[in-house]
Write a protein that binds this ligand. Structure first.
Ligand code: IPE
Ligand code: IPE
Ligand code: MG
Length: 246
């Protein structure tokens, strides 16, 4: 099936988030080191970013490194951080050519200084691009994000800047890393794992979940089109009845 021809571009998910998983298993399957899987994975990133922008997706968020991923062997963590820096250097052109603004969410101060600098530079250079916002979740954990939000709100309560009974969805959202992003419409996870792994717990409350066995380094534009096609076949009810929706 040629999925792209079946996609209704007037009903695209506004915000797609991806848990890019399976690099290690891909490498193992090829008899290579895990690192080779991460390298090949960065090609899938470019392909997905380009395809999303071309289609007209407004927000794409990629789970790139979790707070829990710091617990991996040092050699793997170091390599991933180096790969981040080299990819940013290399892909700035892709971002500019496609009018894409880069953003990052997570505990960014825990990244190596070099990665922070490179990230800041690319974010600054692409700031005024408007076709799509690409957000990298780096040293990101949803629980860490929620804790940060609770701490900030508590301080405001203590200083009488906000009254506890006025704390609502909007107030919580304002204090999340994703305060300026809409909720996730479609969450894709590759590699066959069917779990969330501490990714955007608040923001995916009503996301459509799509799990594919494809390993991230093998993920292509066609796979993205298939996920969007699948998404468009669903009925999002947000608690209402089907009759109310139609
Ligand atoms: C995803 O691939 C990349 C990161 C988590 C950084 P993995 O490295 O988790 O690959 P698997 O799950 O071991 O196959
Ligand atoms: C989730 O993948 C994190 C990223 C894709 C960056 P993991 O491979 O770390 O998740 P678990 O450990 O299998 O849950
Ligand atoms: Mg994994």
């Amino acid at each position: 099936m040629n999925f792209i021809e079946e996609i209704d571009t007037s009903k695209l998910p506004q915000h797609i988030a991806v848990i890019m998983d399976g690099n290690g298993r891909w490498a193992k399957g090829q008899g290579l080191m895990r690192v080779a899987g991460h390298k090949k994975g960065s090609k899938a990133v470019r392909e997905t970013v380009e395809a999303s922008a071309e289609l007209g997706i407004r927000y794409l968020t990629l789970y790139t490194f979790s707070t829990e991923n710091w617990n991996r062997p040092k050699i793997e963590v170091d390599t991933l951080m180096k790969l981040l820096v080299s990819s940013l250097k290399k892909e700035i052109k892709t971002l500019q050519d496609n009018d894409i603004a880069l953003r990052a969410i997570g505990n960014l101060s825990s990244l190596p200084a070099k990665a922070q600098r490179e990230l800041e530079e690319v974010i600054e250079k692409t700031r005024n691009n408007s076709r799509m916002t690409l957000t990298l979740a780096l040293s990101y954990g949803a629980r860490e994000e929620l804790i940060k939000s609770v701490k900030e709100i508590s301080l405001k309560v203590k200083k009488d800047l906000i009254s506890p009974h006025l704390i609502d969805d909007a107030v919580i959202k304002e204090h999340l890393y994703t305060h300026d992003l809409p909720d996730v419409d479609l969450l894709i996870r590759t590699s066959g794992e069917q779990r969330i792994s501490n990714f955007m717990l608040w923001q995916i409350a009503y996301a459509e979940l799509y799990f594919t066995p494809v390993l991230w380094p093998d993920f292509t534009k066609e796979h993205l089109y298939e996920a969007i096609y699948n998404y468009q076949k669903r009925e999002r009810r947000f608690g209402k009845t089907s009759e109310q929706i139609n």
